[in-house]
Design a protein around this ligand. Structure first.
Ligand SMILES: [Zn+2]
Length: 285
């Protein structure tokens, strides 16, 4: 068990539905001894020089070859380097529509941020866990089927949570795909389908996104609390490893519970704060 006293949030998301303060209020209840804060400034745009570096790094992290374009996920995938640009349209109601999405290698992005954070902190230690919420569609390469997959969460320090990864990375109901396949050329019908299945999956600007992010924050914490194993076998626990939209909605919206086993672990974790404190006091003597 690793005790991370300080938990630090960076919100890089444009979604107005993302409410980090609400997540922090929840964490304060279950982790009373932790110091949990949200950084006011964006991690990526602290100054213009770094902004340039960050942009070039992000370009390097763009996935060039998926092996198979994921049309079924409704993604527009660019192969040509000349088209590398996120095209976000912000309508007057501040709703964001992602017309095109690029895929980024989540582990490469994580490495960049590790370097970046080291520059500003003396050392990146597990006494402080940084969590970044981003809209970038993060992917990891899976050797079992030899292709990239969109991810909602990249565990580690910093932990990365992707809003687009929640929307695109978790499978939608099977019937939705069947209907989408048959009507994929007709945008009006596709929009109708999205409305029809609205409750069954998280879509862009879905107000439920914050509760989903909260659950992923718990998993990113349990990655350290439970020695690299953030997930739970219990299908109703918030630490269940969701692969489909139905799962993530059930554990974070309908059930919204932590199972008994993980509650016990959480208690142990909260108590270990005092052990850690005494240790550091003794070391000072
Ligand atoms: Zn559990």
């Amino acid at each position: 068990m690793v005790y991370c006293k300080n938990i630090h949030f960076y919100n890089e998301s444009c979604w107005p539905e993302v409410n980090i303060e609400k997540i922090i209020a929840y964490l304060n209840k279950i982790l009373p001894n932790n110091v949990i804060e949200k950084e006011k400034k964006s991690l990526l745009y602290l100054n213009s020089i770094d902004k340039q570096k960050i942009t070039s790094f992000y370009n390097q992290a763009i996935v060039q070859d998926l092996k198979k374009p994921l049309y079924i996920y409704g993604l527009n995938y660019y192969h040509s380097s000349s088209n590398y640009k996120d095209k976000k349209v912000v309508t007057p109601s501040k709703k964001i529509e992602f017309i095109d999405l690029l895929l980024y290698d989540g582990f490469l992005i994580q490495k960049l941020l590790q370097k970046f954070l080291k520059k500003y902190e003396q050392e990146l230690t597990f006494s402080r866990l940084d969590i970044m919420v981003t809209d970038k569609l993060l992917c990891t390469f899976d050797e079992s089927d030899w292709r990239y997959h969109a991810r909602s969460l990249i565990c580690g320090n910093p932990a990365l949570i992707s809003t687009s990864g929640i929307v695109e990375g978790l499978a939608k109901p099977r019937d939705y795909y069947y209907e989408l396949y048959f009507f994929k050329e007709n945008h009006d019908i596709v929009d109708e389908l999205k409305k029809k299945y609205n409750e069954q999956f998280i879509n862009y600007n879905d107000p439920r996104i914050n509760d989903i992010i909260e659950g992923l924050v718990l998993q990113s914490l349990f990655y350290f609390i439970n020695s690299g194993e953030p997930f739970c076998q219990n299908r109703n626990c918030r630490l269940f490893n969701a692969h489909v939209q139905d799962d993530i909605i059930r554990i974070n919206i309908k059930e919204k519970k932590i199972c008994q086993r993980h509650k016990i672990l959480l208690n142990k974790y909260n108590k270990s704060h005092f052990i850690n404190n005494n240790r550091s006091k003794n070391a000072e003597k």
